[in-house]
Design a protein around this ligand. Structure first.
Ligand SMILES: [Zn+2]
Length: 134
C-alpha cells in the first residue's frame, strides 16, 4: 500500500486480527514517515449468494447496512456506529452459516432478525415488518 500523503511505499508497523474477519494494520511511510491505519476485509459482495426460490442474489453489504440502519431508526443514539457494528456481527454470522458460498434467504433474514432482537426488540419487529417474507 502506498502513502496517502506522498504516494511512496509504506511498511506495516503493527497488525491485529479483529473478531469480525478483518485485519487492522498500522502503516508508516518510508519517505515522509507519516502513519495511518488500514483495514483488510473480505469483499462480501459477489462472494456470498443469497438463494431465493427464483434466483441467486449477490449479497450487498451496503444494502444490509441500510436495512439495519432503517430498523434502528427509532433510536436516539449514534445510528451509523450502531448499524456498522450490527452489520459486522451479521456478516460474521452469515459467514459461519454459508454452504458453498450460499445462504438461503430465510436463513439470511433469520440471522439479521435474531441479531437485531438481541440488541433491541423494536428493531427486530421493524425488520420483520419491512424486510422479511417479501
Ligand atoms: Zn509519505
Amino acid at each position: 500500500m502506498v502513502c496517502i500523503y506522498c504516494k511512496n511505499n509504506t511498511f506495516v508497523t503493527n497488525s491485529r486480527n479483529k473478531n469480525n474477519n478483518q485485519v487492522w494494520r498500522r502503516r508508516k511511510c518510508l519517505t515522509c514517515k507519516a502513519c495511518f491505519t488500514s483495514i483488510e476485509e473480505v469483499l462480501y459482495n459477489k462472494y456470498i449468494l443469497i438463494s431465493t426460490p427464483k434466483k441467486l442474489i449477490e449479497l450487498s453489504k451496503e444494502q444490509l447496512f441500510l436495512d439495519i440502519y432503517s430498523s434502528i431508526g427509532h433510536l436516539n443514539r449514534d445510528k451509523v456506529v450502531i448499524a456498522t457494528y450490527l452489520t459486522d456481527i451479521v456478516l460474521s454470522k452469515i459467514n459461519k452459516a454459508l454452504d458453498n458460498g450460499q445462504i438461503d434467504l430465510r436463513r439470511y433474514q433469520e440471522i439479521i432478525f435474531k441479531t437485531l432482537k438481541r440488541f433491541n426488540n423494536i428493531a427486530s419487529v421493524h425488520y420483520k415488518a419491512y424486510f422479511m417474507n417479501q
